[in-house]
Design a protein around this ligand. Structure first.
Ligand code: DON
Length: 566
């Protein structure tokens, strides 16, 4: 009898253990979940371990802001191509008390930067300098952004940063995609760094390898112990400036100490029965999204149908017009006066579509900015909690692994965000975007962004939380995702995975993903559009409230994106 009881006890214990064993959640065995239906809270990000870190905070009593902070910190470890300490980003939130917030932690040009710093003696632009290496780095904003978000959170930074420290210190297993990205960049890592770091190695990375980041763990601990100053002052600041000196970069201790994130008024506008909440300048995303949705609103998109020629043409033409305005007028509002009110007014948007011809392609030579008087990587995360808070964050180093410079001894990549300035009027940046005076380089100025973290409210409550990476294609991807949901009634998963198209004024062409259906493209070609196939566009992270009031969280099929919820 006694032995039967012992056996029973062992069996019960081992069943309980098996149930508790974190099979898919530990850093060495984890699973990508493309879709999760949750009742209390959900997080979706570019990496399963980062989504898990956010979920852990929700389960520990944190709110959506806590989850967003922990997810960003975890991404800085498990998604080094874009998750970051050395970059910047934007957070848009709708809080349960009805308040909308927008936190701007975009990088700034160092004090020693100047308008023509990327031009040679003959006045030719040298994009190699704005895109790779130390001169490409703006003063990082992420850590300041996390601390500016913290008053809206409930847990302590010590709690929020703990998962990231563990992942950096003990390591995590990399996926095939991450191994490929690290392998592709080895030459640049070696060329642009003089100090050893965790990412460079002499044999190929492969799926299943463990990436351990001891220097990064030490940096995260300095932040944990000293707060903002653990990054912008003391040892971390010393390591950043030493790195700058080795590579002839411009960032100084004074630049770091002076950096501040800013709370700004969110862009909010109605679209039919919904209210859209999104990012203001220095992101062009909110203004351009408001313009595109405002121009499109009065056309019968739903009757025309998903990927119908009429709907696609209309969307292409509104995109063309919004991007033409972007190039001319938009820049850091702390430095240039941008006529946002006029650019987004109903009369202006109506007038902008007067030359729209549904029979033939528009032309970017004829459609220029309206007259008003006066290897790519970013990452997005979406969170909703049980209390009614929704948070949308897009954060970036700009290109994949940013400038490719790792701060020696501190273990994190620095951004190459200076390339988002217009380094010379008319010279395209790495996303083919052109700009003008409004987005010229100036000391302390923020470079114009396209990042568009967005929330849609229905009857005043969070209904959709979304955003994406993709450089210049971000705004059109967010636009299409919202149109897919609000006009074409696609499911959350379909809206995210549907092939995308994109027009950005210049070059005057429509880029479409490889798997785009040929039929509407043939018709658009006949109308005079130039169509180019492109690599995958964006990686949308979406949470939508379904008819039953549950949270439907979807990670894009285009990456290792993964949802978590409870
Ligand atoms: O702020 C911007 O608009 C760019 N630095 C974003 C870069 C990006 O999305 C790269 N990802 N694919």
């Amino acid at each position: 009898m006694r032995s039967v009881l012992i056996l029973l006890a062992i069996t019960i214990t081992s069943v309980a253990y098996a149930q508790q064993r974190p099979v898919k959640n530990d850093a060495y065995h984890y699973k990508i979940e493309k879709q999760v239906i949750a009742s209390k809270g959900a997080v979706v990000s570019a990496h399963p371990l980062a989504s898990q870190a956010g979920l852990q905070m929700l389960q520990q009593g944190g709110n959506a802001v806590d989850a967003a902070i922990a997810t960003q910190l975890a991404l800085a470890v498990v998604y080094p191509a874009a998750g970051n300490l050395g970059g910047g980003g934007f957070l848009v939130a709708h809080l349960k008390d009805g308040k909308d917030i927008a936190i701007d932690y975009r990088e700034k040009a160092p004090a020693a930067a100047s308008r023509d710093m990327y031009l040679d003696k003959k006045g030719n632009a040298n994009t190699a300098l704005s895109q790779d290496g130390h001169l490409a780095c703006g003063v990082p904003g992420t850590v300041a952004g996390l601390y500016t978000s913290l008053p809206y959170a409930r847990l302590t930074m010590q709690q929020l940063i703990a998962p990231a420290i563990l992942l950096a210190e003990k390591g995590y297993v990399i996926t095939q995609r991450e191994a490929n990205a690290l392998n592709r960049n080895q030459d640049n890592f070696k060329r642009l760094n003089t100090q050893g770091n965790a990412f460079v190695r002499n044999r190929e990375w492969k799926a299943g390898d463990t990436l351990i980041q001891k220097d990064l763990a030490a940096t995260l601990k300095r932040i944990r112990d000293n707060g903002r100053a653990g990054f912008y002052e003391g040892e971390t600041a010393r390591l950043i400036t030493a790195e700058m000196q080795r590579g002839h970069g411009l960032i100084t201790t004074a630049d770091l100490k002076a950096y501040e994130a800013k709370e700004r008024a969110a862009v909010t506008f109605p679209y039919k029965a919904y209210q859209v909440v999104t990012m203001p300048l220095p992101s062009s995303g909110g203004v351009a999204l408001q313009q595109m949705m405002g121009m499109a609103e009065k056309y019968p998109l739903n009757a025309w149908g998903f990927h119908s020629v009429s709907a696609m043409q209309l969307m292409i033409e509104v995109e063309r017009r919004a991007y033409a305005d972007r190039a001319k007028y938009l820049g850091d509002p702390d430095f240039v006066k941008v006529p946002v009110k006029q650019l987004t007014s109903a009369d202006y948007l109506h007038a902008r579509m007067e030359d729209y011809d549904p029979q033939k392609a528009g032309s970017s030579k004829e459609v220029t900015a309206g007259m008003v008087y006066e290897s790519k990587e970013t990452t997005h995360l979406s969170v909703m909690d049980a209390e009614g808070n929704a948070v949308s964050v897009t954060t970036t180093l700009n290109g994949g692994y940013g400038s490719k410079v790792v701060v020696g001894g501190a273990g994190f990549f620095l951004n190459n965000e200076m390339d988002d300035f217009s380094i010379k009027p008319g010279v395209p940046n790495m996303y083919g975007l052109v700009g003008a005076e409004a987005n010229a380089v100036a000391p302390g100025k923020r470079m114009l962004s396209s990042m568009t973290p967005t929330i849609v409210l229905k009857k005043g409550k969070p209904f959709i939380v979304t955003g994406t990476p993709g450089g210049s294609t971000i705004i059109t991807s967010v636009f299409q995702t919202l149109v897919n949901l609000l006009e074409f009634n696609l499911s959350a998963q379909q809206a995210v995975d549907a092939p995308k198209f994109h027009h950005q004024w210049l070059p005057d062409e429509v880029v479409v993903e490889e798997d785009f259906d040929q039929t509407p493209l043939d018709e658009l070609r006949r109308m005079g559009y130039k169509i180019e196939r492109s690599s995958p566009i964006g990686r949308v992270e979406l949470i939508k409230v379904n008819e039953r009031g549950q949270l439907e969280a979807v990670g894009d099929k285009r990456g290792d994106d993964s949802a978590a919820g409870y």
